[in-house]
Design a protein around this ligand. Structure first.
Ligand code: BF8
Ligand code: SF4
Length: 638
């Protein structure tokens, strides 16, 4: 049927009608085909950890209330949950490791296509992790930073990860040491989770969850390494203007979409495309049009203003415009389903990482010793595909929807805005605005898309509701792509949706920074990709230090309105362990155990000060987030 509302994105809706008419199968159809989804899996009470199973918890008593080995609902739910955290930690941290390797190879002279673009950031990071910086060259220091990062992956002693300890408050360090949740080394914590969840090891749900928390703190260590080294290699983001949604695609250009997560690849494609612009024109194109999907899209948006084509759930719909010549992917959140849609439109799908291949696609191995050569080959493939598209007269259909956005708010960029008002103590601009009631607090917007909800409806409703109630918003990942597509990352949105206090605050920031900004400030501040949630951790750490309190007292909340991935589970967990209330708008597989449910929603609060708010209704969620902020702001004042 035509009008089933699966999304509030008008561009996605238009392409969905088209794919339906033409029998092109996408995630939206596959979601329907999966209904009803397995109730055991949905609640987290299906265990496949050994192949005596699968086992399901079938009742509350008798032999059917346990797995064959005797595992109870709480053991199974907790084991499954922390294995998700280990998956998320692996993904983020391995992405970080790639960056450390590039930095190390660069310092050793084996990655000639890369450079240290932000030597100041290199020095700041080096200093923070305790290195002596005086009198050292950039490359020598780069090597030392890379070595400390490598250590954080594989240390055998127990003093804790340096990139974590260097970036959190003293009181949090103490808390993690007391609760045995301080990660020793990233790889080690992943291995420990895999070990303790093997058949017949840890059966205690609380012990399991604490193990998961330790792994999630290893996750944020890997995220911080990713952010720091990306900034060192490619530059620390500054405010930048761009556009978002499928309307950014120009059919008369050679169109390349970068999709995945690692800027090691996407940044090289963006830089190289500039140099090959003339070749594209010689082929009859207006130029090379690069746009992004998912977090690698966020990386090149933040640093170069590359427009956003769309977010995770609509990746296949971008191909179905018919106007994409090459989609180049690296790792994470790349749907295998892309392949079939690419086939329909003769789009070339290019994989680049040895651990991430898709049958039937092209593979251009991307190694840092010959990165530029690979990028050139990919762009030339796109130019050939463009010629082919024009020669065959393939129909294109581009929904005419896009919105203007401002992004590029690294923590440095944000503090720089504040510094124009208070140069001696920039963060006080934010904390004072909370204490004097101008704004209600801060909310971090993070996470994915999940068709359990109407695509991008939760995101947009929560942003509007929080804005109305004067919440200052920062964010990362696919939520910010949703916000951008719906016109929520520009000043027009401030005029439309911000409450009076928030509007005054954003206007005041703009007035003080007018000279260096090309446009007025947005309703919500885009801080980057999902690994850049590390920037958000830094923000609340700054606030806690300025207020002279531990993080659980800071009026700061987080929301993942359509959480989905294992990475999101890891992030949500370290957010809670940091002391922040964290809303999730798609139900994680925890409902099968009341005990685990109460651990994450209540007991976590007693131990760490943060807790999960599991709520699928966006209006209710906004109310709960606001109540949490109000309570914290009130406590601060008394
Ligand atoms: O790391 S928000 S769908 S793209 S997992 Fe994936 Fe989720 Fe998007 Fe970025 Ni993050
Ligand atoms: Fe079943 Fe236990 Fe094996 Fe899980 S570990 S599949 S509950 S026997």
């Amino acid at each position: 049927p035509k009008n089933i509302m699966r999304t509030v994105d008008p561009a996605a809706l238009e392409i969905l009608e088209y794919t339906k008419e033409n029998n092109i199968i996408t995630a939206f159809d596959r979601w329907s085909a999966q209904q009803p989804q397995c109730a055991f899996g949905y609640q987290g009470i299906c265990c496949r950890i050994c192949f005596a199973g699968p086992c399901r918890i079938k009742g509350v008593e008798g032999p059917g209330s346990m797995g064959i080995c005797g595992a109870r609902d709480y053991t199974i739910v907790a084991r499954n949950a922390i294995r998700m955290m280990a998956g998320g930690c692996s993904a983020h941290s391995d992405h970080g490791r790639e960056l450390v390797e590039v930095l190390y190879h660069l310092a050793e002279g084996h990655a000639p296509d890369y450079e240290v673009r932000d030597p100041d950031k290199l020095r700041r990071v080096a200093k923070k992790i305790g290195l002596e910086i005086e009198g050292k060259s950039d490359l020598d220091l780069a090597k030392e930073v890379a070595e400390v990062a490598f250590e954080d992956y594989g240390r055998h002693t127990s003093e804790g990860c340096k990139f974590l300890k260097a970036n959190i408050c003293e009181k949090r360090i103490k808390k993690y040491e007391e609760t045995d949740t301080m990660p020793r080394a990233i790889d080690r914590e992943v291995v420990e989770v895999m070990h303790r969840t093997h058949v017949g090891v840890d059966a205690d749900p609380v012990n399991l969850i604490f193990g998961g928390i330790k792994c999630s703190l290893a996750d944020v260590t890997g995220e911080h390494i990713s952010t720091d080294i990306s900034d060192i290699l490619f530059g620390t983001p500054k405010p930048v203007m761009s556009e978002a949604n499928l309307g950014v695609i120009d059919p008369d250009k050679v169109n390349i979409i970068v999709h995945g997560h690692n800027p090691v690849l996407s940044q090289m494609v963006v830089d190289t495309a500039r140099e090959l612009e003339e070749e594209a024109k010689a082929a009859g194109a207006k130029g090379i049009g690069i746009s992004g999907i998912c977090c690698t899209g966020n990386e090149v948006l933040m640093r170069n203003g590359v427009p956003i084509a769309t977010s995770y759930m609509a990746q296949e719909l971008a191909i179905a415009t018919g106007a994409i010549d090459v989609m180049v992917v690296d790792v994470q959140c790349i749907m295998p389903g892309l392949r079939n849609v690419c086939e329909c439109f003769n789009t070339k799908l290019v994989t680049t990482m040895s651990i991430s291949k898709i049958p039937g696609s092209y593979h251009f191995s991307f190694e840092d010793s010959k990165a530029k050569k690979s990028a050139e080959a990919i762009i030339r493939l796109a130019i050939e595909a463009y010629k082919d598209r024009k020669n065959t007269g393939r129909p294109v259909r581009i929904p005419q929807f896009k919105n203007k956005l401002m992004a590029g708010f690294s923590l440095e960029a944000l503090l720089d805005l504040f510094a124009a008002i208070n140069p001696d103590n920039p963060i006080k601009v934010l904390t004072d605005a909370i204490i004097n009631g101008e704004i209600a607090g801060v909310c971090a917007l993070a996470g994915c898309n999940n068709l359990e909800a109407v695509y991008e409806k939760n995101h947009t409703e929560i942003v509007k509701e929080l804005a109305k109630n004067n919440v200052f918003m920062v964010g990362t990942g696919c939520v910010m792509q949703a916000a951008a597509k719906h016109g929520l990352l520009n000043y027009e949105a401030v005029e439309k949706y911000a409450g009076p206090g928030l509007k005054r605050f954003i206007d005041r920031l703009y007035e003080a920074n007018k000279d260096k900004l090309s446009d007025k400030l947005p309703l919500a501040f885009h801080m980057g990709s999902c690994v850049d949630n590390s920037r958000i951790l830094d923000l609340w750490t700054e606030m806690a230090n300025a207020l002279n309190v531990d993080v659980p007292k800071v009026p700061f909340v987080a929301t993942a309105p359509e959480g989905m991935s294992e990475k999101a589970v890891a992030i949500g967990t370290w957010v809670v362990a940091s002391g922040i209330p964290c809303h999730v708008g798609a139900m994680p597989p925890l409902e099968g155990s009341n005990l685990v449910w109460s651990v994450v929603t209540c007991i976590a609060h007693d131990v760490f000060g943060g807790y999960f708010i599991l709520e699928t209704d966006p209006q209710e969620a906004a109310k709960k987030l606001l109540a949490a902020l109000e309570y914290r702001a009130w406590k601060l004042k008394v």
